[in-house]
Design a protein around this ligand. Structure first.
Ligand code: NDP
Length: 329
């Protein structure tokens, strides 16, 4: 039998599950081509849902959450992924229908594995994680359609994992970035990322019901969904674009067609888990070099498995600032 290694295992019943450190062996992991010795994982909103036993995310208990991981290949059945290669995995079914990255060892299908881009460490890869990868996809949807000269851009949920990378990337690429945040005390950190203005969440709490509001933003990254997204879409300038990826404020969108038919607004849905391989590799290469963002210290936190319940609770409550890395111990 292979030696035991630690993992954060969620047990119990749907919506009432609890996590704790258990020791697993390789034969307990799902089948796959590659075993990765995990150096870092990260905390995403979806991980918190999985860790609470949300049946839509983690339908089978017991479960090991962790949609992201980065580390070294220690067993491999494919030539392109030799032992010792540094790799990352984000999304697909990892940490959802399949056991994930909150484990010192992860077994995975080879086609999910991305070689670490040159110059990127496993820690840097997990500072990005699905959050940075998603933000970069949102920003790509904007840069493909709207130039910085078109006007100011808005990012909602700005202090969250996706939000901090979205504001940082847009500012780096020359856009004038306004952030919407429920944490006024984070204004200095957001300023370090290039944000020129921070608005409270109430700025998107329009109650007029007007199908169109004053056209203010050339583009936006929306990480919250619900009523703020509906309000935002009505404030987008002619031919502007909103890249929408999240639903922490709600999974419904109640809006008329006028922003789309009279202003030609584009709503781009962003999905990360099943992003095809070619654009996936393109985004990781961008994040390694041309779009590299180093978050300020105050936005990167670390925990081990014992600290995970608190970090997961924090992200569920919308109180996370930036990114939390997970050491598999
Ligand atoms: P975080 O919790 O780190 O960030 C979300 C941020 O949204 C919070 O920090 C907070 O920022 C703000 N917020 C929280 N609750 C509310 C609320 N009720 N109303 C308005 N704003 C709120 O999560 P992530 O950044 O990891 O993910 C953001 C969203 O994107 C989640 O819904 C997640 O599931 C989704 N997502 C989707 C992906 C996809 O593939 N489509 C991939 C990755 C994430 P502040 O205090 O600054 O306002």
């Amino acid at each position: 039998m292979s030696p035991a290694f630690p993992a954060y295992v969620v047990e119990g019943t749907p919506h009432q599950a609890q996590g704790g450190v258990r020791h697993l062996t390789l034969d307990q992991l799902p089948a796959g081509d590659v075993v990765i010795e995990v150096e870092w994982s990260g905390v995403n909103y979806k991980d918190a849902l999985a860790a609470s036993g949300h049946p839509g995310v983690a339908p089978h208990l017991p479960h090991v959450p962790g949609i992201d991981c980065a580390g070294r290949v220690v067993q491999s059945q494919v030539e392109s992924l030799p032992l010792g290669k540094e790799v990352l995995v984000t999304g697909y079914d990892q940490g959802a229908t399949r056991w994930g990255g909150y484990s010192a060892m992860v077994r995975t299908p080879a086609e999910w594995v991305v070689e670490l881009p040159e110059g990127m460490t496993t820690r840097q890869a997990m500072i990005y994680g699905t959050a940075g990868f998603t933000a970069a996809q949102c920003v790509k949807a904007i840069t493909d359609r709207v130039s910085p000269e078109a006007g100011p851009v808005l990012v909602t949920g700005a202090t969250g994992g996706v939000g901090v990378f979205a504001v940082g990337l847009l500012a780096k690429l020359g856009y004038r970035v306004t952030a919407v945040s429920g944490k006024p005390e984070a204004a200095t950190l957001l300023g370090q990322l290039g944000v020129v203005e921070v608005l409270p969440r109430e700025a998107l709490a329009d109650k007029s019901g007007n199908p169109l509001l004053a056209a203010r933003w050339a583009a936006a990254v929306d990480t919250v969904g619900g009523a703020p997204l509906a309000s935002l879409l009505r404030s987008i300038k002619h031919r502007g674009v909103v890249a929408a990826c999240g639903l922490v404020a709600g999974d419904r969108l109640e809006i008329s067609l006028y922003p789309f038919l009279l202003r030609g607004v584009t709503l781009c849905g962003i999905d990360s888990a099943k992003c095809p391989r070619a654009p996936r590799l393109e985004i990781w290469d961008l994040l390694a070099e041309a779009w590299r963002i180093d978050l300020p210290e105050g936005l990167v936190h670390e925990t081990d498995f014992d600290g995970l319940p608190a970090a997961l609770q924090q992200i569920l409550a919308g109180k996370m600032r930036g990114r939390t890395l997970v050491r598999p111990t």
